[in-house]
Design a protein around this ligand. Structure first.
Ligand code: PGA
Length: 240
């Protein structure tokens, strides 16, 4: 996806389909018609949220998918199913998927290839753990995650999200300067045209400090995206 400003909300395991529809309607009333935030919602909320967002600039996506086209994979969801439900993008390799559900770099790559085949924009999430940063391994970890995910794929086809694991859901965001340094490093791998988002404890009061950095194109927001008023304010600061 060519470089532009982006604000993505990641609801994680929150909201029923009905709650999602209410949220999307509320958000439409709070944002201008030419600014389009993205929302990564639970599978069960994709269709309703996408219908509610129809005609607006809001884009609905998923938080994960299976890499196979179809088959005997009980409990899994394919890229085609997401696309047919109204998803236009998918988060891949979120640190909760990697650390709680054993998702490997290789799987992230396979999912990325499959997502592109069906026309979903892959939002590839990468990030180092606290001990990796403390031991000076941040760049090696990020290089491995990004190169393995892309492996022969044009970086211009994806969105990259840098989310330091120690900043997710902790209230301890990276400083804007630290995030900028790390984004500049990621940019040496993906090039000038790929949007790179920062994620990890983004809030209304710190979002502008991130978005004023040269290599930060927007944000991936967890907890602070759960209320439409809050997320609308964040999205406005990013997209205006
Ligand atoms: P947070 O989550 O904003 O609640 O830290 C970000 C994410 O996990 O994408």
């Amino acid at each position: 996806m060519l470089r532009k400003k982006l604000a993505i909300g990641n609801w994680k395991m929150h909201k029923t389909a009905q709650e999602a529809e209410h949220y999307v309607r509320a958000l439409q009333g709070l944002i201008s018609s030419d600014s389009g935030p993205f929302l990564a919602v639970p599978f069960t909320a994709i269709q309703g949220a996408a219908q509610a967002a129809n005609g607006s600039k809001i884009r609905i996506g998923a938080q994960n998918m299976h890499e196979a086209k179809e088959g005997a994979f009980t409990g899994e969801i394919s890229a085609e199913m997401l696309k047919a439900s109204g998803a236009s993008f998918v988060l891949l390799g979120h640190s909760e998927r990697r650390n709680l559900f054993g998702e490997t770099d290789e799987k992230v790559h396979q999912k990325l290839v499959r997502a592109l085949q069906v026309g979903l924009i892959p939002v590839v999430c990468v990030g180092e753990k606290l001990e990796e940063r403390q031991h000076g391994k941040t760049e090696a970890v990020l290089r491995r995650q990004i190169e393995a995910a892309l492996l022969g794929v044009d970086p211009e086809k994806i969105v990259l999200a840098y989310e330091p694991v120690w900043a997710i859901g902790t209230g301890k965001s990276a400083s804007a300067e630290m995030a900028q340094d790390t984004h500049a490093f990621c940019r040496t791998i993906v090039g000038a045209k790929t949007p790179i988002l920062y994620g990890g404890s983004v809030q209304i009061d710190n979002v502008s400090s991130f978005c004023s950095q040269t290599d930060i194109d927007g944000v991936l927001v967890g907890g602070a995206s759960l209320h439409p008023e809050n997320f609308a304010q964040i999205a406005k600061k990013v997209l205006s």
